[in-house]
Design a protein around this ligand. Sequence first.
Ligand code: ATP
Length: 235
Amino acid sequence: MPKPLCLSVKGLVGHYGENLALNGIDLEVRAGEVVCLLGRNGAGKTTTLRAVVGLLEKRRGSIEIHGQQTIAMLPEAIARLGVAYCPEERGIFASLSTEENLLLPPVLRPGGLSVDEIYTLFPNLKERRHSQGTKLSGGEQQMLAIARILRTGAKFLLLDECTEGLAPVIVAKIGQTIRLLKERGFTVLMVEQNFRFASKVADRFYVIDEGVVVDEFRREDIASDLARIEGLLGL
Ligand code: ATP
């Protein structure tokens, strides 16, 4: 029996002003999966995540989250369905300490992790609990950004380029964190430029180009289909 659908996107069209960014995206994410959006710069990956969480104002088509149609819903209402978005720019409050950043997000649903639970999951953040956001390394900031969305109680996490600009050892740590979250029943839709990393972490992949899905494959298909996939991604 396939797991229930967490997200179903059909014919999603999105604009920035007059500019068409999404031209009919179709994709699905099932509960407990880690799904990755791949594609060249400007393909429409970030815009797809922004549309799912309601931040892209000009959107049409169908987006169902846990079976509920959300295409016309406001971001606050979508967040209450248990979806959280970690943007590429991380959104850490630079003037606040690690702990203050952790205390800020509203707990929107039962099951949001307490600050102590966050510190168990991310011992580094406990060590840095009194450090200002600006004093954290890129890796610590990324961990904090992920930790913050776990406070809300969301079980469906949208992560945008969470390895960007980070050292390989930190990238590996983020990979471990995502695997742990999957074991704990979280569902993840992520955007990644780092295909090597993504190929170790995600279960399924969609390749987006010019605002449409042009290919999809599973992790287990990668070894036998590597040349074609690398060609698609321009690697
Ligand atoms: P990248 O890895 O470069 O972020 P992406 O696949 O995430 O690429 P998007 O950021 O979703 O791509 O961009 C899709 C299209 O929308 C691109 O043509 C981009 O130039 C355009 N776009 C993105 N953000 C804006 C914006 N704020 N205003 C106008 N156009 C935008």
